[in-house]
Structure formats: structure tokens, C-alpha cells
Design a protein around this ligand. Structure first.
Ligand code: PBG
Length: 323
């Protein structure tokens, strides 16, 4: 009769049947919420390019984490904005640095929440690069030593997971060794394994005031054109001891997320970064898109691509919708 035997629309007839055959779903357990912490008290300053996200002083941060706990968000990723930046990013490894204090306070007040710390120097250095600068270059091996110290100081403060985002070669091995030497064998490493030199980090750099003061990050972060190289980066980090691997940013790199998940079958995270968030917010504000629906479609696509965990500034809004 020339009539199609297969009618794909049969299983799209109504909501119930669509729910039954849906392949991917989001859960609040998928999310990690990024938070910025700054010195002072009673401070909650909105980040202009990231509406609904703030630079919190520690007291306000604890309240935010309590809120997240109530919503069922299992984990946060902390970024520190120090009192003082210097050449060596000293506050990044200080026992009473902003992050170290914030971790202690959170673990005191909301012990159940998993606290992940960003291990990188760009938030703490006056030049804004992710490590030790010698002759206008980021020196790889000197930075490894710094990173080990930072990871230890975070673990000592009580961080549950450390997350290096610097893209130096050999950092996962160096950090693993440093942690183990200090008895932190049980502190997992979430590696920003395939981190691209992306234009989507702009709003974050405003928030953390961490734009490089000279040059850019292309001598350490990856070329957006490279997929095979991303697989090599991830393979190396796994060999060196990464427990969770992350692809960053998310939406322009869904192909990489899928390849990483298929190839390694490790817990895989994706970072839905500041610029991705800002685009949706801006277009939503203009009335050009339905912000909520775009957000959920965007997050779902990251999960469908293979991410087990999604680091996203949308986490709080999504958790509210899912509950
Ligand atoms: C630190 C770091 C950056 C981000 C996370 N960790 C900035 C950068 O590499 O410049 C960006 C996250 C975002 O844009 O949301 N190296």
C-alpha cells in the first residue's frame, strides 16, 4: 500500500507514553553548583554578566549552601577571590586563605554537602595566569610544585574533592603524589581533563577578576579544533590517577563528552560555563527565547551526550524545577 509500517509518531501520542520511552532524564543528583567566595561579611554581590550568581562572603556563602542542601543539590565547586593577589598567588595556598576558611565553615555547618575546590592559580596571581610565570611564560614544572601545595591545603581544610583546572602537563600525577604523601589517599581528583581555550569564560573572568594581564591561555589550554588531542589529554589524566574527568565548556564540545564517555567509561563531568549561562540569560531577558525551556534542553543535551555530572550555574534553577 506504500504506507509506512513504522510510525515513529505512535510513541509520541501523549505525555504518558512520551514519559515511558524517554531515554534521558535529569536528576538533581547530576548537578554541581559553582560558587564564588570573597573576603568580608554580609556580602552578596551579584555578578553583572551572571544574573542570580553572586560573590559571597563566607557567612552568606554558608546560607547559600544551606539553601542548596534543602534543594537536594549534592555538591558545590568553590572559587576564591582573595584579599590580595600577588606574583606567586600566595593566598591560594595560605592556611587562612579565603578558600581554606570557606571550606572549613561549610564543612562545619553543612557537612553533608560535597565540597569540591578549584585548584588553579589564576584567581590568586596578579598576572592572572594559572601558574608560575618565568620570562613571560607559564613554567610547567614549577607550577606542578605549587599545585601540589594548593591541593594539600584544600584537603587539610576539609575539601572532599580537588579539581585542578590549570592544564599543566603532569599535574594529576603530581597532585596525586602530594596528596598521598600527606595521607590524603582518599581525596578524589576531579580533573578538568579536556579544557579548551574558550571565549566562553568571559563572565567568569569578570567574576573572579582573573583575566590574564598579558597574552592568553592558549599555551596551556586546548585548541578548540582538536578532538583526538582531547582524548589523549583525558587518557593521560586517567593514567596519572584522575577519578573523574571533565570536559569544558559543554555545549560546543558535546562530541568530546560523548567520545570520552564511550572510550573510558569513567565518571564524566561537563562544565556548562559562564558564557553559556550568560547567553541564555541575555536572550531570555530580551524575550527572544523561553529561558527555562532552553535551560532544560541545554542541560539534557549535556546528559544525553554522556555526562554523568554537570557543573552549571543553572543547577539551582534546575533543582527547583526538578523538585
Ligand atoms: C580557572 C578556571 C576558569 C574557569 C573555571 N576555572 C577560567 C579560565 O580558565 O580562564 C571558567 C569557568 C566558567 O567560565 O564558568 N582556571
Amino acid at each position: 500500500m506504500g504506507f509506512p509500517t513504522h510510525r515513529m509518531r505512535r510513541l509520541r501520542l501523549n505525555n504518558t507514553i512520551r514519559d515511558m520511552v524517554r531515554e534521558t532524564s535529569l536528576s538533581v543528583n547530576d548537578f554541581i553548583y559553582p560558587l564564588f567566595v570573597q573576603p568580608g561579611a554580609g556580602k552578596k554581590d551579584e555578578i553583572v554578566s551572571m544574573p542570580g550568581n553572586y560573590r559571597f562572603s563566607i557567612d552568606e556563602l554558608v546560607k547559600e549552601v544551606e539553601d542548596l542542601k534543602r534543594l537536594g543539590v549534592p555538591a558545590v565547586m568553590l572559587f576564591g577571590i582573595p584579599e590580595q593577589k600577588d606574583e606567586r598567588g600566595s593566598e591560594g595556598i595560605a592556611e587562612n586563605g579565603i578558600i581554606q576558611r570557606a571550606v572549613r565553615e561549610i564543612k562545619n555547618s553543612v557537612p553533608e554537602i560535597v565540597v569540591i575546590t578549584d585548584v588553579c592559580f589564576c584567581e590568586y596571581t596578579s598576572h592572572g595566569h594559572c601558574g608560575c610565570v618565568l620570562d613571560q611564560q607559564v613554567d610547567n614544572d614549577a607550577t606542578l610544585e605549587w599545585l601540589g601545595k594548593m591541593a594539600i591545603s584544600h584537603a587539610k581544610a576539609g575539601a572532599d574533592v580537588v579539581a585542578p583546572s590549570d592544564m599543566m602537563d603532569g599535574r594529576i600525577g603530581a597532585i596525586r603524589q602530594s596528596l598521598d604523601e600527606q595521607g590524603f589517599h582518599n581525596t578524589p581528583i576531579l580533573s578538568y581533563a579536556a579544557k579548551f581555550a574558550s571565549a566562553f569564560y568571559g563572565p567568569f573572568r569578570d567574576a573572579a577578576d582573573s583575566a590574564p594581564q598579558f597574552g592568553d591561555r592558549r599555551s596551556y589550554q586546548m585548541d578548540p579544533a582538536n578532538g583526538d588531542e582531547a582524548i589523549r589529554e583525558v587518557a593521560l589524566d586517567i593514567e596519572e590517577g584522575a577519578d573523574i574527568v571533565m570536559v569544558k565548556p559543554a555545549l560546543p564540545y558535546l562530541d568530546i563528552i560523548r567520545r570520552v564517555k564511550d572510550k573510558f567509561q569513567l565518571p564524566t563531568a561537563a562544565y556548562n560555563v559562564s558564557g553559556e549561562f550568560a547567553m541564555v540569560k541575555a536572550a531570555g531577558k530580551m524575550g527572544w527565547i523561553d529561558e527555562t525551556r532552553v535551560m532544560m534542553e541545554w542541560l539534557l543535551s549535556i546528559k544525553r551526550a554522556g555526562a554523568d555530572l554537570i557543573l552549571s550555574y543553572f543547577a539551582k534553577d534546575a533543582a527547583r524545577l526538578l523538585s
